[in-house]
Design a protein around this ligand. Structure first.
Ligand SMILES: NC(=O)c1ccc[n+]([C@@H]2O[C@H](COP(=O)([O-])OP(=O)(O)OC[C@H]3O[C@@H](n4cnc5c(N)ncnc54)[C@H](OP(=O)(O)O)[C@@H]3O)[C@@H](O)[C@H]2O)c1
Length: 300
């Protein structure tokens, strides 16, 4: 089995390559090696490469920048995935394309299933949904995997920013009325190989760790895990911020750049279809975060 992974320099792509290398022949392309906004070079480069499965973890993921660079967002997140699917068709290969909980508007108050109507409220979400549709229009054996609140060791995310803030400051706060599920790149890497075979589950599939939380609960749990692991922090308790108080402020980086794009208030993904297809259930987000902190922070 030969795999090609795009987005090799990103949080998810780097993790997939690291975890797959032991079992498969894997070639990774980072942004500098393959620019998805240059479709001609994408065709040229990938046509000259042999593979059975193409995993696309590359995307224009800056949700706010997508609002102001709409054309670029659609080229990378929508048009390019369609071209990738066509290239896979020519090679009789399978495309596994990553998408997002941000295709939903967040109005629901129960986990979103694959059958729920997508209704994005941001340019990022719109471009990602268009990408999903382009991939599936090219062939229904291709797989679109929607994930939420991805974290892992290869690129800092919200949880790392919160830990860093707690190492520097006593006062930390995070949004307490926005819900989804943190999902560990290590767990995504474990679930994916079941879907490498051509005959297995094309279409849309949700994958996330189990349970749901707010950013405040997520950050608090991370700090609790750090405390249990003996990692010294100045801040121990995460205060609550309302989403409405955060208008015009971006949460997560510890910085306060303007928040341009709208985000869904509730975007928990149901993994019932995953459980039904595989007979396995993802572990809880609390277990996954605890594991991440043990692996990535305890030894620092
Ligand atoms: N992070 C999350 O919380 C989250 C949530 C839901 C869904 N997802 C989805 O999960 C997938 C992986 O995201 P991630 O968390 O790994 O994000 P990430 O760390 O931002 O990785 C995305 C990668 O894509 C690369 N990229 C950007 N523009 C490109 C282009 N024109 N050509 C080639 N590569 C390009 C980036 O390179 P540069 O950094 O050099 O630009 C980066 O390495 C994406 O499909 C994303 O939409 C992520």
């Amino acid at each position: 089995m030969k795999l090609v992974v795009l987005g090799a320099g990103g949080r998810l792509g780097a993790a997939l390559i690291r975890e797959f290398r032991a079992k498969y022949e894997v070639v990774g392309f980072n942004h500098a090696q393959l620019d998805l906004s240059n479709l001609e070079s994408v065709r040229e480069e990938l046509s000259a490469t042999t593979f059975d499965v193409l995993v696309n973890a590359a995307a224009f993921t800056n949700v706010d920048a997508c609002e102001t660079e709409r054309d670029r967002a659609f080229r990378i997140n929508a048009e390019a995935p369609g071209v990738l699917a066509e290239i896979c068709n020519e090679k009789d290969a399978k495309l596994i394309h990553f998408s997002t909980d941000y295709v939903f508007d967040g109005q629901k108050r129960a986990p979103y299933t694959e059958d729920d109507q997508a209704n994005p409220i941001s340019a990022y979400g719109e471009s990602k949904l268009a990408g999903e549709r382009n991939v599936l229009a090219a062939g229904d054996e291709h797989l679109v995997v929607r994930v939420s609140w991805v974290f892992g060791p290869d690129r800092p995310s919200f949880v790392d920013a919160m830990i860093k803030r707690a190492q520097q400051d006593e006062k930390i706060d995070a949004i307490s009325d926005k819900f989804s599920t943190p999902t560990y790149t290590h767990d995504i890497a474990n679930m994916l190989p079941q879907f490498f075979d051509h005959g297995v589950a094309g279409g849309v599939l949700h994958f996330a760790n189990a349970g749901k939380c707010t950013w405040q609960e997520y950050a608090q749990w991370a700090l609790d895990c750090c405390r249990d692991a003996g990692i010294s922090l100045k801040g121990a308790t995460v205060g609550a911020l309302k989403l409405s108080e955060m208008t015009g402020v971006r949460q997560g980086s510890g910085g306060h750049a303007p928040w341009i794009a709208r985000r869904p208030v509730y975007s928990v993904l149901s993994t019932a279809k995953y459980a039904q297809l595989t007979g396995a259930s993802p572990r809880t987000w609390r277990e996954a975060v605890a594991d991440y902190i043990t692996r990535s922070y305890s030894k620092k």
